[in-house]
Design a binder for this molecule. Sequence first.
Ligand SMILES: Cc1cc2nc3c(=O)[nH]c(=O)nc-3n(C[C@H](O)[C@H](O)[C@H](O)COP(=O)(O)OP(=O)(O)OC[C@H]3O[C@@H](n4cnc5c(N)ncnc54)[C@H](O)[C@@H]3O)c2cc1C
Ligand code: FES
Length: 464
Amino acid sequence: MPWQSGAKPDNAAVGTPASGAEEAASKSSICNRQAMVEQLQTALGGNLGLALGYTLLAVLSSQLVLMACSAAARMVHERRQQQLDRERLETLVLAAKYRYKEAQEVIQGWNGYRKFTVSQKSGECEDVFSFYLMPHDRKALPPFKPGQYLTFSLEIPGRDKPVVRCYSLSDSPTRPDCYRVTIKREKAPPDKPDVPNGVASGFFSDHVKEGDLLNVKAPTGHFYLDMTKNTPICLLGGGVGLTPMLSMAKAVAESGSKREVWLFFGCRSQGEHMLREDLNKLRRFENIRVVVCYSRPAKSDVKGEDYDREGRVTIDLLKEMLPSSNYEFFMCGNGAFMKALNDGLEAWGVPEKDIHYEAFGPATVKKKAAPATTTAAAGPACKIVFAKSGKELAWSPAHANLLDFALEQGLRIESGCRAGSCGVCSVAIKSGSVDYIKPPDAPPEGGSCLTCICRPKGDLVLDA
Ligand SMILES: Cc1cc2nc3c(=O)[nH]c(=O)nc-3n(C[C@H](O)[C@H](O)[C@H](O)COP(=O)(O)OP(=O)(O)OC[C@H]3O[C@@H](n4cnc5c(N)ncnc54)[C@H](O)[C@@H]3O)c2cc1C
Ligand code: FES
């Protein structure tokens, strides 16, 4: 009989809620059935009519129970749905928060050291290698400003503590996947052949290989090209001092800017001509002029092919080639290179604010007046005692900082960034006190000073 079919309510109990139309149809069919029971009782009368009536009532009751079950299942389903929606929303909010945090980390860099894998090591020229570094955690890299450097903490066998050194980023900042540094092996100075060769540069040259992991701090440094400006620039790189200059020139080229750029690079001969392919590619940009100078070209070196000019990068060359002195100058190279150019530029009338330099070693560029800021006066003429070395030396305000002063006097103090960030040049003060030229990024232990960014306030005894 058609009214005995219970397929729909059964399904609903399993979990599929009935639709509104199905519910209405079911209600009207129950009303119809009640009318039929009354008609049966009237028509049949007696026990047969009663039995049939009860049977029909039982069927109707089971229909009502099934409907109640269906409604309850529907409510449970709806609640579950709401719960799931809430959970889904919470998950989305959490994911958005995580992505925001990641983006912030990418923009701001990272704290402390992060592991990088050497993905490629390539020989550039005699004693110079480029190292391509990819983050071991494979997360995105923060952009850097062209001219900035990385700080490495190297575990070198035989050393009781990590050796910290800084290396400029030599590629453009537009490579999102890896950083590049270019490192020259430092040999013992010609006048001191008995002293050991450079520790870190030797380690990089001889031992660091593809696949190795290195501890690296985020890019930093105040010597960089402001990419928001459009002033013409002249970049002067001597030897491995080319690295930050190349990064700046490549940044301009790859940004599509039409900013006028002159890049002068000086080395002895083809044997020292590093990053040659990059330099040649820059020649294709009409707003960028590259001038390679060999001071001692080999017989096999071809002018016009290997190099542009014979001789050093000098102020006379700049005067000859540049249309005017109206440029912002950036320079990096050895002490003699920077001193000669800085003096020449000042004499040419270039304002001090337009001459920027990075010193990889002791800074031999002395500004006309020793820079004294509100945080540090140039300091008085006084006496500095280096207790461990047993030396007593006269300090004059013309010295840039205690580190350079010590190095100029032939004393050895370890250094890394030379900018108050890495803490390597920290020396304990036995008596006296110092003034800081700028606040240290990494404050030294109590009772010590960062010699690269401080000067004595008066007589001083250092534990060095
Ligand atoms: C901001 C910044 C960026 C830099 N970027 C680059 C870059 O891009 N590429 C690059 O190649 N370098 C760069 N440098 C230089 C680099 O950080 C190291 O200073 C350089 O590699 C030498 O380190 P080292 O450990 O090999 O030499 P060290 O061991 O520090 O020795 C330095 C010199 O001292 C000599 N020496 C050793 N012992 C004595 C002693 N007892 N007496 C006298 N002399 C001694 C060594 O023979 C060597 O010539 C940068 C430096 C700074 C501060
Ligand atoms: S050399 Fe890095 S803090 Fe002085």
